[in-house]
Design a protein around this ligand. Structure first.
Ligand SMILES: Nc1ncnc2c1ncn2[C@@H]1O[C@H](COP(=O)(O)OP(=O)(O)OP(=O)(O)O)[C@@H](O)[C@H]1O
Ligand SMILES: [Mg+2]
Length: 443
């Protein structure tokens, strides 16, 4: 693979890629017939180009988010064994990952804890050591498992994901290790299990804490001997499958309570990667909001939705028990439901009540100052909301809104100005902010 050269400008690096594509194109254009060997050679070149473009695209996303985040220089102490000559800033650590051609697999963010997780994953990836990924629900454990796979030597081989909590106990052994024809009722033919499907690649055992004790014993055997046995077969099969497991439970505590085998815990967790909860990286929420808004816009083929101030305030202060997945889902939902501007009514019903309470809390803290101020704040908020909804309805045409609500146009303009509302933001096709276009280049 042609290495990514961080010192070159993005344009010149992309320029090099385009030049190589042009050479390939002209070779193809003038070839009257091609031998199998030449086809193979060209396929190899195309694959190399694809890899280079992937690396460039990911590197560019990070470089651009770094330039915009303005929060790069919190100096932190990285892990002792990962410490380079001196303490590094977040920016330097992330830049280091980019320069080492790290595959981010869509992991976005640069809080110290996330960087630490990525650096450990990077170190662990080329080895075949088992990795245990720990973190609360929705923090990105599966994504981190893909990072381990993508940065190792098995990257071109299968990544097979198994949700240990979703397989009934009676089917577990056959799912993981396969079965022989006739091994049990319904086993009408030989079948490979997930371990064999992932041979040469990585098996991701999600929610490994849900594995019943009997399954744990079998898994331990694979870890000890790299052998599996299909249900109903006497012959062990050697597998070369790298194991990455994830859990949102405290396995050591489960081991103390006799629910998880302690020996399995230590074998699975040769390397631990801990993925931080969103509450441990709240200063990244504004960046993540932009990132997911753009991602949703791309996937829904629409302009990025804009957030009303009260929705933005709510999203910045909400506790996200479902972590980054919840934030992402919220932004996909509102991008799907809202027209140009999303507001708190577009939130899922389960958290709409929280949004209402937090607005009310805003008012109750004002009560302690003066009732007059509270009334004014409430009236201003209602006025602003009225104008926003009105402009949404008339798609930003101020004269039309003035006509509909029976208000003098210049008075309406002055109210919009007072609230900092720009009518052009509500028009059907306002120019989409350039930075959004450039931040997420298509691969
Ligand atoms: N750092 C991140 N940057 C961008 N997207 C992320 C990040 N972390 C997680 N996501 C996104 O959040 C969602 C949840 O991630 P993932 O499925 O990896 O979490 P999980 O920890 O495995 O969740 P669960 O415990 O519920 O299985 C996915 O859509 C993923 O793409
Ligand atoms: Mg998961």
């Amino acid at each position: 693979m042609k290495p990514f050269q961080p010192k070159m400008t993005t344009a010149s690096t992309f320029g090099g890629v385009i030049e190589r594509i042009e050479i390939l194109r002209s070779t193809l254009r003038w070839a009257s017939r091609m031998e199998r060997q030449d086809i193979q050679k060209m396929l190899k070149q195309v694959n190399e180009l694809r890899d280079t473009v992937m690396i460039l695209s990911r590197a560019q996303r990070f470089a651009q988010s770094s330039a915009q985040s303005g929060q790069d220089d919190d100096v932190i102490e990285p892990l002792e064994d990962l410490k380079k000559p001196a303490t590094k800033s977040n920016r330097e650590r992330r830049q280091g990952l980019i320069e080492r051609n790290f595959m981010f697999e869509g992991v976005f963010g640069d809080s110290p804890k996330l960087l630490e997780a990525m650096e450990i994953a990077e170190r662990a990836a080329p080895s075949d050591l088992p990795v245990l990924i720990e973190g609360a629900s929705g923090t990105g454990k599966e994504l981190m498992a893909k990072v381990v796979h993508a940065n190792g030597r098995r990257t071109d081989k299968a990544f097979v994901s198994v949700n240990c909590g979703a397989i009934p106990d009676s089917l577990l052994e056959s799912e993981l290790f396969g079965h022989k024809k006739g091994a049990f009722t319904g086993a009408s033919s030989d079948r490979k299990g997930k371990f064999e499907s992932a041979d040469g690649g990585t098996i991701f055992l999600d929610e490994v804490g849900e594995l019943p004790l009997q399954g744990q014993v079998k898994l331990l055997r694979v870890l000890q001997s790299n052998e599996i046995q299909r249900v109903g077969s006497d012959h062990p099969v050697i597998v070369d499958t790298r194991i990455v497991a994830a859990t949102n439970r405290n396995l050591l505590e489960m081991a103390r309570e006799g629910q998880f085998r302690e020996d399995l815990y230590y074998r699975l967790g040769v390397i631990h990667v801990s993925v931080p909860a969103l509450r441990e990286r709240t200063d990244e929420i504004p960046l993540l909001i932009d990132y997911f808004t753009d991602e949703a816009a791309e996937s829904l083929k629409r302009k990025p939705v804009r957030l009303s101030p009260r929705l933005r305030t709510f999203l910045l202060g909400y506790s996200y028990p479902g972590n980054i997945r919840e934030l992402r889902n919220i932004l996909f939902r509102i991008s799907c439901l809202a027209d140009d501007i999303a507001d708190t009514p577009h939130l899922p019903e389960s958290i709409r009540a929280d949004a209402a309470t937090s607005s009310a809390e805003g008012i109750s803290s004002t009560i302690s100052t003066s009732l007059v101020d509270v009334k004014k704040a409430a009236s201003d908020a209602a006025e602003k909301q009225y104008l926003i909804l009105g402009l949404q309805e008339v798609r930003g045409t101020v004269s039309e809104l003035a006509r509909r609500v029976g208000m003098n146009r210049s008075h309406l303009q002055s109210l919009l100005k007072k609230h900092g509302i720009r009518s052009k933001d509500f028009r059907a096709n306002p120019p989409s902010p350039a930075r959004r276009k450039t931040r997420h280049p298509q691969v």
